[in-house]
Design a protein around this ligand. Structure first.
Ligand code: SAM
Ligand code: GLN
Length: 291
């Protein structure tokens, strides 16, 4: 926006920012403008509409310019404002964790619906990132214990902070490679293993939006191979840890279901369920332990 004597109101500033973001090919131009301005003013978005014709202070404009510059460089809004809503809760995020996605809520719902209500559940979230899945399940399910694993110590710092702010105290965070930190657990001790692993094939990385490709942690997105490495390992190694009526639940990428079902057959898994997301994309696979 111009540094002139023009008086900027909330309404004119939003319109200018929306057009500017759109000129940078940002699809969510309007909502991004609103979220950033609401964040700066420390208000809800509805406040912007109630106060649409009110002028902004010079300091507010100066601070807003910095946020707009970052977004125009395609930094995700969630990193700029430092938070993201997931399952109705606000998670702290930074560049060390994947921004939790709405699709991943299907995974949380699928797991919570399948956990028995009549016993103490012990589960593991592999690749916990911000802790979005582990913390949501810890909040939804009473008498649950969650092991939340990530290879990234930087991610675990964020996850621990989220657990503390959101008062989820039945989670043990462990640093390490996939199931390795759980090697001390007895066989048949987990009711469920849940994971949203890095599943984008290396060959698809160049097609990602710059918001994702240039800002989100590389090792949260891809296995640097065909996108199936983590499923091969998880499906190969996790069954022994599950209770007899236990299951593995994973988020999956577009078009990956058939190949993962094959990997499941090769590893002698039992019943398989596939759950679609709101865009009708096969998004979650549930594999029950072979009886
Ligand atoms: N669970 C979070 C969510 O759904 O928003 C984050 C999922 S992100 C797609 C994948 C996570 O797996 C990242 O936090 C990454 O650090 C972690 N990760 C990558 N390789 C790993 C490995 N070998 N062992 C454990 N975690 C790993
Ligand atoms: N769903 C994320 C995306 O498409 C990828 C996360 C993942 O690999 N699990 O950007």
């Amino acid at each position: 926006m111009q540094k002139t004597t023009k008086i900027w109101t909330i309404g004119t500033l939003l319109k200018w920012t929306q057009d500017y973001f759109a000129s940078k090919n940002i699809e969510s131009a309007r909502i991004d403008a609103e979220v950033l301005l609401a964040h700066l003013l420390q208000k809800e978005r509805i406040y912007l509409y109630v106060h649409f014709d009110e002028p902004l202070q010079e300091e507010e404009l100066t601070a807003f310019r910095e946020l707009v510059k970052k977004r125009a460089m395609r930094e995700p809004v969630a990193y700029i404002i430092g938070k993201k809503e997931f399952m109705g809760m606000t998670f702290i995020v930074n560049k060390n964790v994947l921004v939790p996605r709405p699709e991943t809520e299907h995974l949380v719902e699928a797991v919570s619906e399948r956990l028995p209500t009549n016993k103490n559940n012990v589960i593991a979230d592999i690749g916990t990132g911000s802790g979005a899945i582990a913390i949501s399940l810890a909040k939804i399910c009473k008498s649950i214990k969650v092991y939340a694993v990530d290879i990234s110590e930087q991610a675990l710092i964020v996850a621990r902070e989220n657990a503390s702010v959101l008062q989820a105290d039945n989670i043990e965070f462990c640093q390490g490679d996939l199931l390795t930190p759980l090697s001390g657990l007895e066989k048949n001790s987990l009711q469920a293993i849940v994971s949203n692993p890095p599943y984008i094939p290396q060959s698809d990385m160049a097609d990602l939006e710059p918001d994702v490709r240039e800002y989100e942690p590389h090792n949260a997105l891809t296995d640097d191979n065909d996108g199936f490495d983590f499923y091969r390992r998880l499906l190969g190694e996790s069954q022994a840890l599950l209770r007899e009526d236990g299951f593995l639940a994973c988020e999956i990428g577009i078009g990956q279901a058939e190949e993962i079902k094959k990997i499941a057959q090769q590893n002698n898994w039992g019943r398989c369920e596939i759950i679609k997301d709101l865009a009708n994309i096969e998004r979650v696979i549930i594999l029950w332990k072979q009886k």
